[in-house]
Ligand binder design. Structure first.
Ligand code: 48F
Length: 265
């Protein structure tokens, strides 16, 4: 009696538990499944790095679905084209140096490539804090987004990561959490806190984002709009090349750090 029902339940609970336990120790934990976080995860996994992405929504893609003002189109510039080509996205030439893609296709193919590269993506989970020991990020603190929304008092769970990437977009949530919790937290010598992104200037925002993609605290890197928010660079609106290139840059930086730590430097 009721055998199929319990079989389904067992399949879900056991496979979830197995996968979650497998993620208790990862090389890199990424908060946010928008373009920058997914791209960072993709390039890391391609190098054999164990990566898990945590996304609070029940769907991935961040700000890509809505293109610009709900017109579901993604604009990228020539220098970022190779990333989308790598995901197998069809790009239509728009003007000299600019291309347009369908946002549903970009999200779907970017996600498929990332999963195929071996990244584990968790949805419905908030990264609500970091594990910080001895002035270094050591992992992420997780709770169900539904719990956060309901305002229920439920303690989180946590998992260990050698590096964490804040790809939470415009709010730069992980960096702001550190700012709130670590007395004297400073991004740079001359900065007193997290200033937030500046008003729109597409060209400057796209130009500055790669330099802003950095390790901002031992063990914590920023990518995408989070990088521009923490270094007071402009937002750029619905052009996405910088997001993909910033994700790639974050992956390169993370690889370098992991490599140095492995050698014991
Ligand atoms: O916002 P989002 O797409 O960030 P991004 O990768 O790309 C920005 C562009 O979409 C666009 C733009 C283009 O020029 O400016 O806005 O920088 O993706 C961020 C994802 O992180 C999730 C959020 O739901 C979104 O899907 N997120 C935010 N905070 C958390 C989180 C958190 N604390 N835990 C888990 N997920």
């Amino acid at each position: 009696m009721a055998e199929l029902e319990t079989k389904i339940t067992k399949a879900i609970v056991e496979s979830f538990t197995r996968d979650f336990l497998d993620c208790l120790e990862v090389d890199v934990a990424v908060a946010g499944a928008g373009p920058s976080g997914m791209t960072a995860a993709y390039f890391l996994a391609k190098e054999g790095i164990k990566v898990a992405v945590f996304e609070r929504n029940l769907y991935v893609g961040g700000g890509m679905w809505g293109g610009g003002m709900l017109f579901p189109k993604i604009v990228v510039q020539e220098k970022a084209r190779w990333v989308l080509d790598g995901f197998g996205v069809n790009l239509a030439k728009w003007d000299e140096g600019y291309f347009v893609a369908d946002s549903v296709e970009v999200v779907s193919k970017c996600t498929a490539s990332t999963l195929d590269a071996g990244v584990k993506v968790w949805v419905g989970m908030d990264v609500e804090d970091l594990i910080v020991h001895n002035d270094r990020a050591q992992g992420v603190v997780l709770n169900w987004h539904a719990v956060e929304l309901a305002g229920m008092h439920v303690d989180p769970l946590a998992l260990k990561a050698k590096l964490v990437i804040d790809a939470t977009g415009h709010p730069a949530e992980l960096v702001r959490t550190l700012e709130r919790k670590i007395p004297g937290f400073k991004l740079t010598e001359d900065a007193t806190g997290v200033p937030g992104e500046r008003s729109m200037w597409a060209e400057a925002g796209e130009k500055e984002i790669l330099g802003n993609t950095r390790e901002v605290y031992p063990g914590l890197l920023v990518t995408g709009m989070s990088a521009n928010a923490v270094f007071a660079s402009p937002r750029m609106g619905a052009i996405f090349g910088g997001m993909f290139l910033s994700g790639k840059r974050a992956a390169e930086l993370a690889l370098g750090i992991l490599e140095r730590e492995k050698k014991g430097d």
